[in-house]
Design a protein around this ligand. Structure first.
Ligand code: ZN
Ligand code: FE
Length: 244
């Protein structure tokens, strides 16, 4: 099984759209297209006709490109079953335990509600890759717009149990702001201080800090590291108003 090729397409102010190509089958899917134009341009440049869109949740900065890409390519739109009404372009609805394939690469769907009520993640176990949308970020987690701290705690626990080398593809470049808060949440955590030095360097050089890994998050993410629902809730509330 040849490795998936994954291309980062920056969009809007801080979104990352992931273009994912299987060289064996020549299938190409795009995770959470905020916009159609940059995705169609990149796919065209690479000679990768888009065969599917995989959405993690309904927010417009993750689905805004659905209609345009579908119209241009005739691709299939795969979306969370719990958000069907808010993703009218969906062709196939999926939830916990379903599998979605790109060629012979198989992803299992995880329900990870909290940021939105029906948010899902796509885990390619054999590839060691997970697309987490706005649930897990480098040193952060999504805001609790439609769910509870308890749900997010469960999400963090489940994701923390994936193999540590798993590469985590998040949908935003929030790492520097998350890290500033992580230092406040865990002032004695040397791994956070070390990671932030590298993040500051990368951002100053205009580089992306995503994907991350489960191992890096286990060491530095104050939400994944929260020992209880109460601690996660307190940290999420503090981060919501943090401006450091
Ligand atoms: Zn979102
Ligand atoms: Fe988002």
């Amino acid at each position: 099984m040849a490795a998936l090729e994954i291309v980062r397409i920056p969009a809007l102010s801080d979104n990352y759209i992931w273009l994912v190509h299987d060289p064996e089958s020549a299938e190409t899917m795009v995770v959470d297209p905020a916009q159609a134009e940059p995705v169609l341009a990149e796919a065209d440049r690479r000679g990768w006709p888009i065969t599917a869109i995989w959405n993690t949740h309904w927010h417009p900065d993750h689905t805004g490109g659905n209609a345009g890409i579908k119209a241009a390519t005739g691709c299939e739109v795969i979306a969370p079953a719990g958000e069907a009404a808010r993703i009218p372009t969906a062709d196939r609805l999926v939830g916990e335990g379903d599998t979605v394939s790109l060629g012979s690469h198989v992803a299992s769907v995880m329900d990870v509600p909290a940021h939105t009520a029906g948010h899902i993640a796509y885990h390619f176990a054999a590839d060691g890759i997970v697309f987490v949308g706005d649930t897990l970020f480098a040193m952060g987690c999504g805001r609790l717009f439609e769910g509870t701290a308890e749900q997010m705690f469960v999400n963090m626990q489940r994701l923390s149990q994936l193999p540590p080398e798993t590469r985590v593809y998040c949908a935003h470049e929030y790492t520097q702001s998350n890290g500033r808060y992580a230092k406040v949440a865990e002032p004695d955590n040397a791994a956070i201080t070390e990671r932030m030095a590298e993040v500051d360097r990368a951002r100053a050089a205009g580089e992306a800090t995503v994907p991350t890994t489960i191992a890096a998050e286990l060491a530095t993410n104050p939400f994944m590291r929260a020992a209880s629902v109460e601690i996660l809730a307190q940290r999420r509330a503090a981060k919501d108003v943090f401006s450091g």
